[in-house]
Design a protein around this ligand. Structure first.
Ligand SMILES: *Cc1c(COP(=O)(O)O)cnc(C)c1O
Length: 388
């Protein structure tokens, strides 16, 4: 058995490090989910969670992974054979599109190079060509966790509006919620999909749908089969502070604590902190003489950075060395990026020295793996962090 000292550095872009106060909140005794104490907790939680999504509408919480929340968004709003426009921004957008197909939807994929976000101009062209409004929904992943590229949702919304197109806008914010500026209402998003284990600083196990009035109206017509994921019985039970089945009680205690932490810091401050850590990380990558995968200055992710290795070098070897020598987990390259990139998660419960330690570990790992990396990388990041 390997003896480890100190804390493991969990620097994958989710699950993220869970703060001690959240762990403590979750360790409270499990309560009766049909009793008055739970009803009071739920009623309060369903209100305080709304600002995190930037909405005044309902937020449905499932005991599920993010994948479940994807399915919920689709089955509550669409009918078999409906056409759905899916932007291919990376691995996660591809998985969501595959799910849509497997549910009996007809998907139209806008291909991408995995270095850019969803293109609002391409969306405008596609919607202008769809004169009979066959497209029922547009699916975009806000922050592509496989690439570290953030799509410009406000511009996506504008493209839909300018085309005068009635399609629903479904957005995955699984690795951006609570880390990168996001506004469900202001950006006219119809269903915002999220889950617990990334910017919300919780263990895996909660899925979310924030739902617009237009999405609720679409639910009335939507013909896909649904039962567990159906919003209607959940929203009805929620009005009494209840769920139609046993909710993940202890995760909800943790959620209340995590939302409290985000609120105390202030959401604008939370977003600024993430943006600054992302900027320092990019300074390190460029200082090493390596390339950031994201190719558009407007689309750098605040929550993670994917680092492209030079040809002939294996990103998984770097990750293995960093794990074995420094007890730090980094994100693997996913799908077509396997072995070519590693991902540094800098989201959630995180501060300047966590980042400094993370980047120090990466720099040492690069050197040990024989990747040509200029040691000027780490000081470049520290300079960003120590700017007054
Ligand atoms: C992590 C992630 C998912 C998948 O969430 P699970 O909880 O693993 O089902 C989907 N989309 C994005 C953008 C993610 O980062």
């Amino acid at each position: 058995m390997t003896v480890r000292t100190g804390r493991h550095f969990l620097q994958i872009p989710g699950p993220t490090n869970v703060p001690d106060q959240v762990l403590r909140a979750m360790s409270a005794a499990t309560m009766d989910h049909r009793g008055p104490e739970f009803a009071a907790l739920t009623t309060r939680l369903l209100e305080v969670i709304k600002p995190v999504f930037g909405t005044s509408g309902p937020v449905v919480i499932y005991p599920s992974s993010g994948t479940g929340a994807w399915e919920a968004a689709l089955v509550n709003t669409l009918s078999p054979g409906d056409r759905v426009l899916c932007f291919e921004t990376g691995h996660f957008s591809t998985l969501w599109e595959e799910m849509a197909r497997s549910l009996g939807l007809r998907t139209e994929v806008v291909p991408g190079d995995w270095r850019h976000g969803a293109d609002p101009e391409e969306l405008a062209r596609r919607l202008a060509a769809d004169t009979d409004h066959a497209v029922k929904a547009v699916c975009v992943v806000h922050n592509e966790t496989s690439t570290g590229v953030t799509s410009r949702i406000a511009e996506i919304r504008r493209a839909i509006d300018e085309a005068g197109h009635p399609a629903l806008l479904l957005v995955d914010t699984i690795s951006s919620l609570g880390s990168i500026d996001y506004r469900h209402d202001a950006w006219g998003v119809d269903v915002t999909v999220s889950c617990s284990q990334k910017g919300l600083m919780l263990p895996p196990g909660l899925g979310f749908n924030a739902v617009s009035a237009k999405a609720l109206a679409a639910r009335e017509r939507a013909g896909l089969s649904r039962s567990y994921w159906d919003w209607i019985p959940i929203l009805a039970a929620n009005r009494r502070g209840m769920y139609p089945y046993t909710p993940a009680t202890n995760l909800l205690y943790g959620l209340a604590e995590a939302v409290e932490m985000l609120t105390a810091e202030g959401l604008p401050q939370v977003y600024a902190r993430h943006a600054r850590h992302a900027e320092a990380t990019r300074a390190a990558v460029r200082g090493w003489g390596l390339e950031v995968l994201c190719a558009d200055e407007r689309e750098h992710s605040g929550s993670l950075t994917a680092v492209l290795l030079p040809d002939g070098h294996d990103a998984d070897k770097v990750r293995k060395i960093v794990l074995e020598r420094f007890d730090m987990s980094l994100g693997a390259g996913l799908g077509r990026l396997a072995g070519k990139v590693f991902r540094i998660g800098h989201l959630g419960h995180f501060n300047d020295l966590t980042l400094a330690g993370t980047l120090a570990g990466v720099q040492m790992g690069l050197t040990l793996a024989g990747v040509p990396a200029d040691p000027a990388g780490l000081p470049a990041a520290l300079e960003v962090l120590s700017t007054p």
